[in-house]
Design a protein around this ligand. Structure first.
Ligand SMILES: Cc1ncc(COP(=O)(O)O)c(C=O)c1O
Length: 369
């Protein structure tokens, strides 16, 4: 098996072996000693996250089931009738699919411009913000795009917060952990959201960091855990798995995979198999995005699958049915929306393994085209 779908889900961290039975099973909200022991493990993870992400207690952690829930808690929870929601077509479905509900609730949803470079078009975007600057609003900022690996700098958020204090910024940081060098250096935004299964922790666990003065209404009601913002019994095993997976990442060092992908892409370009989508200046080194001239993704995915190579297309982790690339229409390439392929590998792969994998993929693509 050759697994090239890391942006959907990663294999479990080696550090998780056997850890399930080491942890107290009691409810971390229970007042007995065993419950308190479980809660202690959770507090240790909170402290670990604060250190790992260099937060210096500037943010509070909220645990949830993953980025989909996190995006919903903070987008819906922070906005009210008359407010504005800013988004991009490259945002994940966890964000985009909220739009009809937000509009029904009287929240104006404004799509921000994108072009083929998928960069943050500051001048144009700031003009839009200027027009609505007196209104309370929330901007969803996807730090690293799951399909293309395109990465945005967080610096612009500092400027946004200075010039437009009424804008809350939610950073969808789901894809960043372990993939970009500065993923620990979070700053400026009001909220950051993550998912454990993107870096070796369990599925069904994620968290968000948010500023202590943030006002968000709760979407669910229950036993008052996590200051009632996301009540429900805390998932001790899931939460501890986050720490174990992050600790394993800290023992690894990233290799130069970008140059290998560059050679691979230029080879396919020479053969006239893909369109020249260009190189992104700032990009995750584990992801290679291809847009085929004439080949449909479904055909390519099946051919790779038969050979035991598992890749992906469309937004990482959607419902399991093939989905065309949503953002392609936004950048004027709708006719290729069903022709994209995402090869996303372990950011810590050995370069020679990646070279072998890409040679096999090239061979298969040539054979079916
Ligand atoms: C950028 C981004 N946001 C949100 C999600 C949703 O994550 P989850 O399915 O873990 O809730 C994903 C999944 O791929 C993603 O890539």
């Amino acid at each position: 098996m050759i697994y090239c779908d890391f942006n959907s889900s990663t294999p479990l961290s080696e550090n998780l072996r056997g850890f399930f039975f080491e942890l107290p099973f009691a409810n971390p909200s229970s007042q007995n000693r065993l419950g308190k022991a479980a809660l202690k493990h959770i507090h240790q993870v909170e402290d670990y996250l604060d250190t790992h992400f260099k937060l210096n207690k500037r943010y509070i952690s909220l645990f949830h089931s993953g980025a989909t829930e996190g995006c919903n808690i903070f987008v819906k929870g922070c906005l009210n009738k008359g407010d504005i929601f800013y988004y991009f077509d490259l945002d994940h479905a966890a964000v985009l699919k909220q739009i009809p509900t937000l509009e029904q609730a009287g929240i104006e949803c404004i799509k921000l411009p994108l072009d083929k470079s998928l960069s943050f078009k500051k001048d144009e975007i700031f003009k839009v913000f200027e027009t609505h600057k007196d209104k309370k609003s929330l901007l969803n900022f996807t730090w690293l795009h799951n399909e293309t690996g395109r990465c945005w700098s967080l610096e612009v958020i500092g400027e946004i917060k200075k010039i437009f204090p009424n804008i809350l910024v939610h950073v969808d940081a789901t894809q960043t952990v372990g993939k970009i060098q500065n993923y620990k250096e979070i700053d400026h935004a009001d909220i950051f959201t993550y998912s454990g299964h993107k870096f070796g922790a369990l599925k069904g666990i994620g968290w968000s960091f948010f500023k202590s003065d943030l006002l968000a209404k709760s979407l669910t009601h229950g036993g008052g855990q996590q200051k009632s913002l996301r009540p429900g019994t805390l998932n001790t095993q899931g939460i501890v798995s986050l720490k174990y997976a992050l600790e394993e990442l800290d023992t690894k060092s990233a290799k130069d995979l970008k140059s290998i992908f560059k050679v691979f892409r230029s080879h396919l370009l020479e053969q006239d198999l893909i369109i020249d989508f260009g190189e992104f200046q700032n990009c995750s080194q584990n992801t290679c995005f291809l847009v085929f001239k004439n080949l449909q993704t479904q055909l390519v995915l099946s051919a790779l699958d038969i050979e035991g190579i598992y890749a992906g297309a469309g937004a990482a982790c959607s419902s399991g049915v093939f989905q065309e690339s949503h953002f392609m229409s936004s950048i004027g390439l709708a006719k290729y929306a069903k022709n994209t392929l995402r090869i996303s590998v372990d950011p810590y792969s050995a370069p020679q393994d990646l070279e072998l994998t890409l040679a096999k993929i090239t061979e298969i693509i040539k054979r079916i085209s």
